[in-house]
Design a protein around this ligand. Structure first.
Ligand code: FES
Length: 134
């Protein structure tokens, strides 16, 4: 026989569970699954005005044998910004100590991946542009 009290009590309990699942799940899904990736254009001045190692807004632009290349400064471990050490000519992550060579190849530390290379092109002003995905 249908018991209205039991039904209302169970409905209240299951509504609470559903509410808790939404309250916990929504922030987790929004962080993990639904992050919007935006692209940011970063322009460096023409190559004649650049140093061998240049940094701007999370991007390193470096020259090697008169060729420029760009690397993301985002550490592949947990996303800290790596610093360039001019003495050892390596990139070092201040967070957990990963190190990368001048071409962005992983040397040591917990990152175990290379720094992300970024495409570059010259725009009509002669500036060197790259696109960083955030
Ligand atoms: S974030 Fe760079 S080593 Fe952990």
């Amino acid at each position: 026989m249908f018991d209205r009290r039991k039904f209302i009590k169970k409905s209240a309990v299951w509504s609470g569970y559903a509410l808790a699942a939404v309250a916990i799940g929504l922030p987790v899904f929004s962080f993990v699954g639904f992050r919007k990736i935006t692209k940011k254009k970063i322009a460096f001045p023409p190559d004649s005005q650049l140093a061998p190692v240049n940094f701007k807004e999370g991007v390193y632009l470096l020259s090697h044998k008169d060729e420029f290349y760009a690397l993301s400064a985002r550490c592949p471990h947990l996303g800290c910004t790596v610093n360039f050490d001019a003495v050892s000519k390596t990139f070092k992550c201040p967070c957990h100590g990963s190190a990368f060579d001048l071409l962005g190849k992983w040397i040591s530390g917990p990152a175990r991946k290379n720094l992300q290379p970024l495409p570059i092109k010259k725009n009509s002003n002669g500036d060197i542009e790259t696109v960083l995905k955030i």
